[in-house]
Design a protein around this ligand. Structure first.
Ligand code: ADP
Ligand code: MG
Length: 380
């Protein structure tokens, strides 16, 4: 994303230069899906598709323009409340609301231009990047010295309490704390992280089904409730605290569907831990097996896949150079993530997309991602 362009757009709209440009990356999750709201483990990385915000302090209300989505509702950050708008400025307003609450003082309003390369709703978390970019900008103009970990927490508060999406903290932590060339093993309970280098002969590829996510909010909330029910039956705080032995010993008391949901979460947590060792040891056979097991578990036990995601995963598994592939993100559409031998990247993409199209009649898309640093100021 050429920064010059966002400055030009800013000048055109507001008739002056921005005071600050902040950027936050999208993220891709290698493994550990639907585990974060169970206090479990995840394994994301920040990717070189970012979202930038150019901004200056405004005397009037906060005005927001997005190159992708156009104008959104104006707001006064001093008195916005959850539910004030359904337009995309709820992410900026919500971030301002969350920061004001933390620092117990008023923030200035901003004039804002957003420009982004992050596909929206493809499972790479454009919303967390938008929150983090707003966070970075307000942090700068108010000299708040909040660190990125705090901004990630505030992003989650914005998403949960202001936007009304009851998501875990993975997306915000990945966008905030990403590190060049590394994936992050994250314990979503303690927020402890371990960075693990992704071997330089592997490409991280996002294979987009181009199927819009459907049903996500209701299905997501239903899965969350089922996980809470399972934890109650098992007598643990969160499913993070259970293992398969405990689950199996309780099996006959559990509704069958609740058993399968819990099984996914428990086995996925273990896969995430195993994946860390596999990645460290460059054990490509184990990486492939764990990613495939993750997909199958999400498909059969958690039931958040769909025909397009299954077709994409299967096409990827069969393609040259594929080390591992699985659906990524909440499910019901969106994308698969694949780890691919770099020297076979082009044949991998060609084969995966052509088999996918034959299977579904849809034209998918594949993009190779570089793993980058987390949210930051681009320039003051
Ligand atoms: P994702 O998986 O991409 O995070 P979400 O539904 O959580 O999907 O968030 C997408 C929403 O974030 C969009 O509907 C829009 O409100 C906001 N958003 C994302 N990218 C942009 C952008 N470039 N400009 C304005 N708003 C954006
Ligand atoms: Mg999102």
């Amino acid at each position: 994303m050429p920064v010059g362009e966002i400055r030009d757009v800013f000048r055109e709209i507001y008739g002056r230069d921005p005071e600050v440009v902040g950027i936050a990356p999208g993220r891709i999750n290698l493994i550990g899906e639907h585990t974060d709201y169970n206090d479990g483990f995840v394994f994301p990385a920040a990717i070189d598709r970012g979202l930038a915000i150019a901004a200056c302090v405004s005397d009037g209300p906060s005005k927001t323009y997005s190159v992708q989505l156009g104008n959104a509702e104006e707001f006064d950050v001093a008195d916005v409340k959850p539910g004030f708008t359904e337009t995309w400025s709820k992410y900026g307003a919500g971030m301002g609301w969350a920061i004001s609450d933390l620092i117990e003082s008023k923030l200035p309003n901003l004039n804002v231009v957003v420009d982004s390369e992050i596909p929206i709703g493809s499972g790479v978390s454009s919303s967390a990047a938008l929150e983090l970019a707003f966070g970075v900008v307000w942090n700068y103009v108010e000299k708040l010295t909040l660190d990125n970990r705090e901004l990630a927490r505030l992003g989650q508060i914005c998403e949960n309490r202001f936007v009304g999406v009851n998501s875990g903290i993975m997306d915000q932590m990945a966008s905030a704390m990403g590190r060049n060339g590394h994936a992050m093993f994250l314990d979503t309970r303690t927020l402890q992280m371990e960075y693990v280098k992704v071997p330089s002969d592997l490409a991280v590829v996002l294979c987009d089904t181009k199927k819009e996510r459907a049903l996500t909010t209701s299905a997501y909330n239903e899965r969350r409730t089922q996980c809470e029910t399972a934890a109650q039956y098992l007598g643990v705080r969160k499913l993070r605290d259970a293992d398969m032995k405990l689950l199996d010993s309780t099996k006959r008391h559990l509704p069958e569907v609740v058993y399968r949901r819990a099984k996914h979460v428990i086995t996925e947590n273990q896969r995430c831990v195993d994946f860390k060792e596999a990645l460290r040891g460059r054990d490509y056979e184990a990486i492939g097996r764990l990613m495939k097991e993750s997909h199958v578990s999400l498909r059969d036990d958690y039931e958040v896949s769909c025909a397009e995601l299954d077709a994409m995963a299967e096409s990827a598994w069969a393609a040259p150079g594929c080390v591992g592939a699985r659906m990524t993100g909440a499910g019901f559409g969106g994308a698969c993530v694949a780890l691919v031998q770099k020297d076979l990247l082009n044949p991998f993409i060609t084969a995966t997309l052509s088999v996918y199209e034959l299977a579904t009649g849809r034209e998918g898309d594949a993009m190779s991602c570089i793993i980058v640093d987390g949210a930051r100021l681009l320039e003051a």
